[in-house]
Ligand binder design. Structure first.
Ligand SMILES: NC(=O)c1ccc[n+]([C@@H]2O[C@H](COP(=O)([O-])OP(=O)(O)OC[C@H]3O[C@@H](n4cnc5c(N)ncnc54)[C@H](O)[C@@H]3O)[C@@H](O)[C@H]2O)c1
Ligand SMILES: [Zn+2]
Ligand SMILES: [Zn+2]
Length: 346
């Protein structure tokens, strides 16, 4: 990672320039840096951000300079097959800025998830700006732009967790803990948190986990079955993105239960499962992009719940840091020291 001067073009039609106030460090940024997403280097990392709209292109009417917004990576097109079927959360043609941000020598940058917000200013499609209550702190609001929304949505939208359900969450980082929060919000009776780090399990408990399992020392499939009367959980959410943890999720769910994969695997990973088990155990195996959210519907709603004290999004912010500290934040994430480090801009 290097801090560089970049050129941000004035917004063209359908675009907006946003002055970033805060941007969380998500594991997906680390995936980008390590080449785990694609090879379109150099990247402009950072995508969990909130800030103030500074300027908009001529035809932009939904947001205006001065608006406090959370940036999203699902600016729905309204015209593709998914949108026309009334399922915009699966939009196949989401919008990003058309113009490119560049280095001083003209090298084009690839903004992470079409955002690129480890920067004082960034250029996005206007539809990527979602207005929320400006009373909420930027560090908290920004987290809705990715990991927290992905986790809460994995439980509420993709997993369809219902009142009284048993839920297990494998991997309790920012995304997994948000899934815990989502499961609690939905009224799950039992929420089992699984991780290999006791500090993460402790945090998951404060977020609403009713039971914890350290899978370094205990077989998580057996433990989850034991905690659910021998059956397995109704919904198991995998928030790591690895074949071995996916297999744990697959076998830790009850017959006819649901597995939600919200962790992001790298392209080289393979899964080997007996097909007879996929068939015989019934239920559904789903993946969750961005928690199947609709930013315009879900961001303001979650800000409201936070403001009312019904969810505590501030608990996800372990530390606030400067732009030069992102590399250190990756190391701390790798060591399991943080849920979220959030870069704040003066
Ligand atoms: N689907 C989406 O839309 C979406 C959005 C954001 C992030 N993600 C992905 O979600 C995953 C988690 O992201 P994060 O920001 O919470 O990362 P994180 O690094 O904060 O958390 C990962 C957690 O998994 C735990 N873990 C690692 N290996 C494990 C194992 N074998 N068994 C159990 N736990 C294990 C770690 O201890 C850590 O607590 C990443 O793959 C990230 O790319 C997906
Ligand atoms: Zn669409
Ligand atoms: Zn992310």
């Amino acid at each position: 990672m290097r801090v560089e001067t970049i050129l941000v073009p004035d917004p063209g039609p359908g675009e907006a320039v946003v002055r970033i106030q805060a941007c969380g460090v998500c594991h997906t940024d680390l995936h980008y840096k390590q080449g785990g997403i694609n090879d379109d280097f150099p990247f402009l990392l950072g995508h969990e951000a909130a800030g103030i709209v500074e300027s908009v292109g001529g035809d932009v009417t939904d947001v205006a300079p001065g608006d406090f917004v959370v940036l999203n990576w699902r600016a729905v097109c309204g015209r593709c097959r998914a949108c026309l079927r009334g399922r915009p959360q699966y939009c196949f043609d989401t919008h990003n800025a058309r113009q490119k941000m560049t280095l001083l020598d003209g090298t084009e940058l690839s903004p992470a998830l079409g955002i690129g917000a480890f920067a004082e200013k960034t250029l996005v499609a206007a539809g990527q700006c979602t207005k929320v209550d400006p009373e909420v702190s930027p560090a908290v609001a920004g987290l809705l732009g990715c990991g927290v929304m992905a986790g809460i949505g994995a439980a509420l939208n993709t997993g369809q967790v219902g009142r009284g359900d048993s839920v297990a969450v494998i991997g309790c980082g920012g995304v997994g803990d948000a899934a815990v929060v989502g499961a609690r919000l939905a009224g799950a009776a039992k929420i089992i948190a699984v991780d290999i780090d006791d500090r993460k399990l402790e945090a998951a408990r404060t977020m609403g986990a009713t039971h914890t399992v350290n899978s370094r020392s205990t077989d998580p499939v057996e433990a989850i079955r034991e905690l659910t009367g021998g059956f397995g959980a109704d919904v198991v959410i995998e928030a790591v993105g690895r074949p071995e943890t996916y297999k744990q999720a697959f076998y830790a769910r009850d017959l006819a239960g649901t597995v939600v994969l919200v962790g992001v695997p790298t392209p080289d990973m393979r899964l080997d499962l007996p097909l007879i088990d996929v068939f015989g155990r019934g239920g559904s195996l789903k993946s969750s992009w961005y928690g199947d959210c609709l930013p315009s519907r879900d961001f303001p709603m979650l800000v409201d719940l936070h403001q009312q004290g019904r969810i505590d999004l501030a608990a996800f912010v372990t530390e606030t840091i400067g732009l030069a500290d992102v590399e250190k934040a990756f190391a701390r994430m790798h060591e399991g020291d943080v849920l979220r480090s959030v870069v704040e801009f003066a």
